[in-house]
Design a protein around this ligand. Structure first.
Ligand code: UD1
Ligand code: CA
Length: 467
């Protein structure tokens, strides 16, 4: 049986982060630290999750408003024991309770389950999660008697030199019986270096009753506490590695995992290849056999099978199968790109539909447009969607040819099979199969340059070497 109730401590200021934002709201791979903890605690079987808030309480509550948790308030941050005390009224009379810190984002549900099973079997009043660290500095140390029996936890600031040399540390996570919590929490004192009510002192109280046990985590990374931004980056690195390894085991090729940043929420099909220096975030789904070349940033998008994207940014867009994107394309939010399209270099899309088989191979802006199938958008084409005050849409039918350097001034409609000559500024509706041409007619005046004395100075002997 698992701990059905969990208390997550998230009221501390996190002074060592040197931030206006409460520590537990700092993010790792797109998700706050406390939210990572909540999701694993829930996955391990806790049904009632109480988050203790205090410093920046409003911000923390708001950030967690969708998480389905309850809140207890600790108005003054008088220590971790005092924090749990604020949640006591909300804890059921009986059963096991998890106490977990909001700043240990790498903990997994599997470890929490093993931990609570161990607690259950040991019959202890309290079990503490511990880990063996080569460098234990910053953590509370686990003090045992000669026979290895658990005695107490000493905080680094209160520890003697010999206690500091202990390498078994307190992970800051506990399984406690609700009854023991109820009788012992009010007995905590703040007689220590930091004048705080330490939750860690419960260990000595349980030990006195022969009711303290310890469970040592197999993976030390999981219990890492984040107190400053160096540790935040270290934790993010570990989490990234976990995500990348899971994806690779599932059949995704990641050329350089060290430079690939994929959120845990991203789904990727097998035989897809991810190039170096790529960031894939949020609610993104990528199909099978896709190539995401180097230097891409993809956010909240759906990329269908066999797509190929290189050095491009794609946000909140849907890209149909076998479409090619990049290099240097920018898909701003809201695009529905069809199948077998081509979106080439320096093409920007926003809030547009681009039908299957359509191409925009270079240097174009397509904003607020509905473009049909099999169209060709030439080089330098601009969909002028903004009149300085409002945005308007452009509608383009199927098989339309839009010549280079044309402007389509919205709102305007171009019907199927129309042809827009290069350099035309389209302001009127173009009917089916029509040619739209609007250019200043070419004129040539012989000898005009010399007449105006505008002949340019000769600097080089030939243009042969121009590239
Ligand atoms: C704590 C433990 C330490 C352990 C380490 C593991 C205590 C006294 N020490 O130290 O033994 O090795 O975690 O990471 O418990 N918090 C509150 N209210 C408070 C104080 C803190 O809610 O009044 C919250 C913080 O927001 C944080 C958590 O409790 O999420 C831990 O607090 P922190 O100050 O980081 O404790 P550590 O010094 O890391
Ligand atoms: Ca901490």
């Amino acid at each position: 049986m698992n701990c059905k109730t969990a208390v997550i401590l998230a009221a501390g200021a996190g002074t060592r982060m040197k931030s206006a934002k409460p520590k537990v709201l700092h993010s790792i791979m797109g998700r706050t630290m406390v939210s990572h903890v909540i999701s694993q605690v829930r996955k391990s079987g806790s049904e009632k999750i109480i988050v203790v808030v205090g410093h920046g309480a409003h911000q923390v509550r708001e950030a967690l408003s969708e998480e389905g948790v309850s809140f207890a308030v600790q108005n003054e941050q008088l220590g971790t024991g005092h924090a749990v005390l604020q949640a006591l009224d909300m804890i059921p009379e009986e059963g096991g309770v998890f106490i977990v810190c909001g700043d240990t984002p790498l903990i997994t549900a599997e470890t929490l389950e093993k931990f609570s099973d161990y607690h259950e079997k040991s019959g202890a009043l309290l079990t503490v999660l511990t880990a063996q660290y080569d460098d234990p500095s910053g953590y509370g140390r686990i003090i045992r008697d000669q026979n290895g029996g658990l005695l107490r936890i000493v905080e680094q600031k209160d520890a003697t030199d010999s206690e500091k040399s202990v390498r078994e540390v307190n992970a800051g996570m506990y399984c406690v019986s609700a009854q023991f919590l109820r009788e012992s929490l009010p007995r905590l004192t703040n007689d220590n270096a930091q004048h705080e009510y330490y939750i860690t002192d419960l260990v000595a109280m349980a030990a006195e009753k022969d009711g303290a046990s310890a469970y040592c985590a197999e993976d030390v990374d999981e219990v890492m506490g984040v107190n400053n931004r160096v540790q935040l980056a270290a934790a993010a690195k570990i989490m990234r590695k976990r995500v990348n390894e899971r994806l690779m085991m599932d059949g995704v090729t990641i050329i350089d995992p060290d430079s690939t940043y994929i959120d845990d929420t991203v789904v990727i099909g097998n035989d897809t290849e991810i190039g170096p220096n790529t960031i894939i975030k949020g609610n993104t789904r990528i199909g099978i056999n896709v190539t995401i070349g180097e230097g891409c940033q993809i956010e909240d998008s759906v990329i269908e099978d066999d797509v190929d994207i290189i050095k491009s940014v794609v946000k909140e867009s849907h890209i149909g199968s076998r479409t090619h994107v990049g290099p240097f394309a920018y898909l701003r939010p809201g695009n529905e790109i069809g199948e077998e399209c081509k979106i080439g270099d320096f093409v920007e899309f926003k809030n547009s539909v681009f039908g299957s088989g359509s191409k925009a191979s270079h240097l174009a802006y397509i904003g607020d447009a509905d473009v049909g199938n099999d169209c060709n958008v030439g080089c330098g084409v601009i969909f002028a969607n903004y009149d300085g005050k409002n945005k308007h849409r452009t509608i383009v039918g199927d098989r339309v040819f839009i010549g280079s350097n044309s402007n389509l001034v919205a709102p305007v409609t171009v019907h199927d099979d129309a042809f827009i000559a290069a350099g035309t500024t389209v302001t009127k509706e173009v009917t089916e199969g029509a040619l739209s041409i609007g250019r200043v007619v070419d004129r040539m005046e012989e000898g005009w340059v010399d007449k105006k004395n505008l002949r340019r100075e000769k600097l080089h002997s030939s243009h042969k070497n121009d590239r």
